[in-house]
Design a protein around this ligand. Structure first.
Ligand SMILES: O=P(O)(O)OC(CO)CO
Ligand SMILES: [Mg+2]
Ligand SMILES: [Mg+2]
Length: 247
């Protein structure tokens, strides 16, 4: 089925996985709150409060899933006081479980993760996505940013088709940075902690602090690389996740 547009897909599997996660967590933590992608699509509110909150993307990479393009993930972040305390990204087909706890490091299948130490953007690979907006102005800005980044020049630009896996690639040191405008809090909550606990940095595409609800992110191995990317981004601001008139 489709949601906000003909390219914004959802399957029964997305809905079933989200129900499974929420039901099982609720049994143990009945007072906790949830922000789940498919619950929000069904009309639940999407406001991040100070309360303990599970932020869930049941399938990150649904378009990949529908087309059997082999990168999909389950992403679960847990926040208290609007700060992510732990995050888990399971890259299902790679069978890789990425985990991070604030102050305790980031891991893949139990092995510690460390971002790349490359500080030269010209020796870097950058991850990004085209997103699901087909608004011509947004697409023009996405292409403008992509052109700017490519022509720095960088070694390459890649995208796995899932924000969560792109962020785990930053944490693993495979790419130096990932940036995107148009993602949602459930795409990045877990990944943001995995990147920072692997030694990376997070910021808004304008160089300010990351705002999980703003639908914009730069995640990089270092401040140097992140700020270099920021200079090339043709920024725009989609409606925030906590914007009441979002849908
Ligand atoms: O497949 P999903 O969960 O819609 O997420 C997309 C971005 O919104 C890929 O990261
Ligand atoms: Mg997603
Ligand atoms: Mg999803």
């Amino acid at each position: 089925m489709t949601k906000s547009s003909s390219v914004d897909l959802v399957t029964q599997t997305d809905q079933k996985v989200e129900q499974l996660i929420i039901q099982s967590v609720k049994e143990k933590f009945p007072t906790h709150r949830f922000i789940g992608e498919e619950s929000v699509a069904a009309g639940e509110s999407c406001v991040l409060t100070d309360a303990p909150t599970w932020i869930i993307d049941p399938i990150d990479g649904t378009t990949n899933f529908v087309h059997a393009f082999p990168f999909v993930a389950v992403s679960i972040g847990f926040s208290v006081n609007k700060q992510v305390e732990f995050g888990v990204v399971f890259s299902c087909l790679e069978d890789k479980m990425f985990t991070a706890r604030r102050g305790k490091g980031a891991f893949c299948n139990g092995e510690p993760l460390q971002v790349s130490d490359q500080e030269d953007i010209k020796q870097s690979i950058i991850a990004t996505e085209f997103g699901s907006s087909r608004d011509p102005d947004a697409v023009d800005r996405i292409f403008s940013s992509l052109r700017n980044v490519l022509c720095i020049p960088v070694h390459g630009v890649r995208g796995a088709g899932t924000a969560a896996i792109n962020m785990c690639l930053v944490a693993s040191g495979c790419v130096e940075a990932y940036y995107e405008i148009g993602i949602h809090v459930w795409d990045i909550a877990a990944g943001s902690l995995i990147v920072s606990e692997a030694g990376g940095v997070l910021m808004d595409v304008d160089g300010g602090p990351l705002d999980l609800m703003s639908r914009r992110i730069v995640a990089a191995n270092s401040r140097t690389i992140a700020e270099r990317i920021v200079r090339e981004i043709d920024a725009f601001g989609p409606p925030r996740d906590d914007e009441p008139l979002r849908r």
